[in-house]
Design a protein around this ligand. Structure first.
Ligand SMILES: [Zn+2]
Length: 131
């Protein structure tokens, strides 16, 4: 089974697909990078108002940390598009996995929050994950 199959099972996005998966990092600290791409003909969604808007340009690739797999760090890699929105101006598109500007996916945020609760550090992570 491929990592992409697992990801599509646990975290499937309507407007984005998982592309290639590759090893990065080094022997001591291996990491997996999963390339994410928008679906063909998918118009970006404005992060300000949540409406589909025409694309403006594309920013540099960013890494979003996902839930680690067997202790291996996993990152989603995506170059966000910007939209030209008549009500919000030029804005970064909405990415369903992203938590605001943080380099962390929602899935990993919730994962950390659930562990924080289990370890009874209540309130420590919870605030940062509800953005
Ligand atoms: Zn907007």
């Amino acid at each position: 089974m491929q990592l992409k199959t697992i990801l599509n099972r646990v975290q499937k996005f309507k407007s984005f697909v998982y592309k290639s998966v590759r090893w990065v990092g080094n022997e001591a600290a291996p990491e997996l990078e999963v390339e994410v791409a928008e679906r063909a003909n998918g118009k970006p969604v404005c992060s300000g108002c949540g409406h589909h808007r025409p694309g403006y340009d594309r920013l540099a690739k960013r890494r979003f940390e996902f839930v680690p797999l067997w202790g291996i760090k996993v990152f989603l890699v995506y170059a966000p598009r910007r939209v030209e929105c008549p009500s919000c101006g030029i804005r970064v598109e909405q990415m369903p996995w992203a938590m605001g500007k943080r380099p962390l996916t929602r899935a990993y945020g919730w994962f950390l929050a659930s562990w924080a609760r289990r370890l009874s550090w209540k309130g420590f992570f919870v605030d940062s994950c509800e953005a």
